[in-house]
Design a protein around this ligand. Sequence first.
Ligand SMILES: [Zn+2]
Length: 433
Amino acid sequence: MIRDRYFEPDVETMPRPRLEERQEQRVLELVPYAYTNSAFYRELWDAHGVHPRDIRSLEDFRERIPFIDKDMLRAYRTKKGDPFAGLLCVPPGRLSSVTSSSGTTGDPEFFAEIWGDGPPLVSASLRDLWEVGVRPGDRVLSPSGTFRNLMDYGYQALGAVVVSADTWFGRMAETLELVRRHRPAYIQLMYPQLVELERLAHEHDLKEVFSSLKGASCAGQPISPRMRAQVRDEWGIELFEYTSAADTGTAWECGEHNGFHLWEDTVFAECVNPATLEAVPDGDLGELVATDLDNSAAPLIRYRSEDLARLSRETCGCGRTHSRMWVSGRRGDETLVDGRTVALRDVWQAVEAQPETVAGVFQIVRAQREVERLHVRVGYDPSVTEDTSDLAVRLREEIRKQTGADPELELHTEDELMATVRSVAKFPRVVKA
Ligand SMILES: [Zn+2]
């Protein structure tokens, strides 16, 4: 075991029985705490006839504590006019910060936090940054965004040097200049920036520009195998993807690139059948349900994330014992076309197969989940597109081949389509209009 691989070796490689003991202990503190201090949980649990004294083990917790979801929190927020949806367990003046999510799937969610040296989400990802290879003295390039951010505390805790610059969307040409000059070891990227870089790769030797990087992270949405291969083989960047851990924090890939690690000393993760709400066995697809173990301000308890994922509790090739998950989409992302299920990835594959739309910029447009005809909006790269009607014929044929549905196609340039994105980090794959 290479101890230097881990930031907190004892926690990261803790035997699972000890990890589970720790979770149980924390859950048994959390339940009475939330009942006493949060109006939302008290009302909900009372309505379900559950009292903290009934909860004496993780088994009781799984059996008795009701699930919650986004809609319940929204309803409470609207009814009571409480921005924290009744979750807040402390007087608002005791909070250290309120951060927000990227708002991909609707309005951003707000997260109340109390912290000392660093915000919980940031502190938990120090382990991941260490795994990427960030070490004291390294320079890191990070956009000074606001959502779930304040990342600077984390980089500084690692002893890294933050290069603060505007590396936001549309500024990748300037960012390349910065990378040439300051030689960072780590950079944070997002999907729209990868699409931008793809364009810039025609004029820049990206492998040479990025040769100082130990790794880069990318969050927000799944990256297609083709894009991933390009970033790795042509630009020479080891990309570490991460994703939301059901709004309780983040889950990152390790160097094995085989699943996202959930830090289970900070989250109690469950995976349930979305229809029956029964736990599914390891490896089966289910909805990720999370309980915050490190947020005493406004903890989420048995929160249904809407993320469909597979969980594995087996020790990873990196030696870490914390679970990994593979996310396969959002509950409700599939479209029913004339009774036939069309998965996003099938459309994605068809779009990627054409050279003009290889970046995979597309959306499914639908007013509701069940439609008579599949409507796909696709962004093409005008610099390599000669004949859009020829492209349309090929796209339609390929989508029909992959999905069995004859699509209605709408073509735009990639830039036009990217310009419609309101969310800060993610490109929405399913839109209403
Ligand atoms: Zn691992």
